[in-house]
Design a binder for this molecule. Structure first.
Ligand code: FES
Ligand code: FES
Length: 153
């Protein structure tokens, strides 16, 4: 059996014994019960599974576990909670930026990755950053307003 893969997950040191090519998304959902990141396409084409690895937004459905060895992972659960939402989550709540909600964790994580690089992006930069993430409900304009609000916060 291979050695455990160790990483920091939402500020806590963790280790997992699993096949190195196991998708990170499966580990987050099945081993840690972190179900905010969603399985949409499983092909790196929709962004529903987006999480941060060392502050970079990644598609966790196509990120093998071996790639996060020694790295720092942040999921939506690491940004706040329903009782105590973080600033980006608060902006999405205030703008009611969700319909079915399936894409929203990924949208928030993509926004978080942008704001960690650029604290005050303009709307064009936000549109560009969110481009890899799809919303099948057509909630894009509310999502954009929420991200703009978060960038101003
Ligand atoms: S589920 Fe990962 S990109 Fe669609
Ligand atoms: S709110 Fe339904 S997919 Fe975006």
């Amino acid at each position: 059996m291979s050695a455990p893969i160790e990483f920091t997950l939402n500020h806590h040191a963790q280790a997992v014994q699993a096949e190195p090519d196991t998708p990170l998304l499966y580990v987050l959902r099945n081993d840690f019960g972190l179900t905010a990141a969603k399985f949409g396409c499983g092909l790196g084409q929709c962004g529903a599974c987006t999480v941060l690895v060392d502050d970079e937004a990644v598609f966790s459905c196509v990120t093998p576990l071996a790639m996060v060895d020694g790295r720092r992972i942040t999921t939506l659960e690491g940004l706040g909670s329903a009782a105590s939402p973080g600033p980006i989550q608060q902006a999405f709540i205030e703008e009611q930026a969700a319909q079915c909600g399936f894409c929203i964790p990924g949208m928030i994580m993509r926004t978080a990755a942008l704001l960690r690089k650029d604290a005050h992006p303009d709307e064009a930069a936000i549109r560009k950053a969110l481009h890899p993430n799809l919303c099948r409900c057509g909630t894009h304009m509310r999502i954009l307003r929420a991200a703009v609000k978060a960038a101003k916060a």
